[in-house]
Design a binder for this molecule. Structure first.
Ligand SMILES: Nc1ncnc2c1ncn2[C@@H]1O[C@H](COP(=O)(O)OP(=O)(O)OP(=O)(O)O)[C@@H](O)[C@H]1O
Ligand SMILES: [Mg+2]
Length: 298
């Protein structure tokens, strides 16, 4: 596994301002001062409850929305100041996978057309070589290449997510940004997709930014993790350290609620006045290195 930061997110912030007639505009601070990096071939997890700012962070990284503050660097270069040719390269190197493969696949297209589309758009290969590549990609994600003539509505949710993955892999990306990729699937199907992701990561040396509210998936799939609450990272560490010794009371709470700490780990010290549980406290407390490479707002 390489040590280069492939993706470098620095001080990212995103506010949504809602203006209403006669009223003072309301401001939602969806993401505040979020920093982390993902190295080559690494699987990094972003975990947090609904509304904590995970998808907004992903959308900034994918350049689907512009952050209010901060920067995102890919391979050392700011993605917001890239030239058009560099942007095309970025689009190949970084691919999204979303929760709902049904909405990301065109219902009128066959599987083969959907998987080939990125190759067509980027003018890669001939129709013939593209067909061969599609068969290879379908095989890679565990689908019978004979599926290439089917349409999305003839397929199960798991099969659709495999196709979304094949499409994402078509251009040989270095990084997948996966936002709740298995949340819409039944448990057994989700487990199959998770195993597929593990295999792909190993076989293709793919880096993954894995976004979910599900701590079990994080434990299974990632090597480092950041926990978000109310737009901020409250704790970040190797996955092993975070599960073994959570240092932020909120992380401990999440692990407890999911039945995921071993019961031997004592709850972190909530602070002298017992008050550093609240999101307000995260605003004033900086991320502190509590153990080597283990950071928490405590
Ligand atoms: N386009 C938007 N306009 C206004 N507010 C938004 C917009 N997108 C997100 N928000 C708000 O930003 C906050 C973070 O939302 P976000 O979707 O990033 O959270 P999330 O962690 O992905 O949640 P979930 O687990 O439910 O997907 C929420 O308060 C949300 O209502
Ligand atoms: Mg989301």
């Amino acid at each position: 596994m390489g040590r280069l930061p492939l993706l470098d997110v620095r001080g990212l912030g995103k506010q949504f301002v809602r203006r209403r007639f006669w009223r003072t505009p309301t401001v939602t601070r969806a993401v505040e001062d979020v920093s982390f990096d993902v190295r080559e071939g690494e699987s990094f997890g972003l975990v947090g409850e609904s509304g904590s700012g995970k998808t907004t962070t992903a959308r900034c990284i994918l350049r689907l929305t512009r952050p209010t503050t901060g920067d995102v660097r890919f391979d050392g270069e700011s993605i917001y100041s890239m030239s058009r040719p560099r942007l095309r390269t970025l689009r190949r190197a970084m691919q999204p996978v979303f929760q709902d493969p049904y909405s990301s696949l065109d219902p009128r297209r066959t599987v083969g057309q959907s998987v080939a589309e990125p190759l067509v758009v980027h003018q890669i290969g001939t129709p013939q070589s593209r067909r061969a590549r599609v068969a290879e990609l379908l095989d890679l994600v565990g689908l019978d290449p004979a599926h290439d003539g089917r349409r999305p509505d003839e397929l199960s949710g798991g099969q659709r997510q495999r196709i979304a993955l094949a499409r994402a892999l078509a251009l040989g990306p270095k990084l997948l940004v996966l936002d709740e990729p298995v949340s819409a699937l039944d448990a057994s199907v989700a487990a199959q997709i998770v195993n597929l992701l593990l295999r792909l990561r190993a076989d293709l040396n793919l880096a993954m930014l894995f976004i979910t509210h599900d701590l079990r998936l994080i434990r299974h799939l990632t090597t480092r993790v950041a926990v978000m609450r109310a737009g901020r990272i409250v704790e970040s560490a190797t996955t092993a350290a975070l599960f073994a010794t959570p240092r932020h009371p909120y992380t401990y709470e999440l692990l407890s609620a999911a039945g995921l700490h071993d019961g031997r780990t004592p709850a972190p010290d909530p602070g002298q006045d017992g008050s550093n549980h609240g999101a307000d406290d995260d605003r004033v407390l900086p991320l502190r290195e509590v153990d080597p490479a283990h950071w928490a707002r405590v």
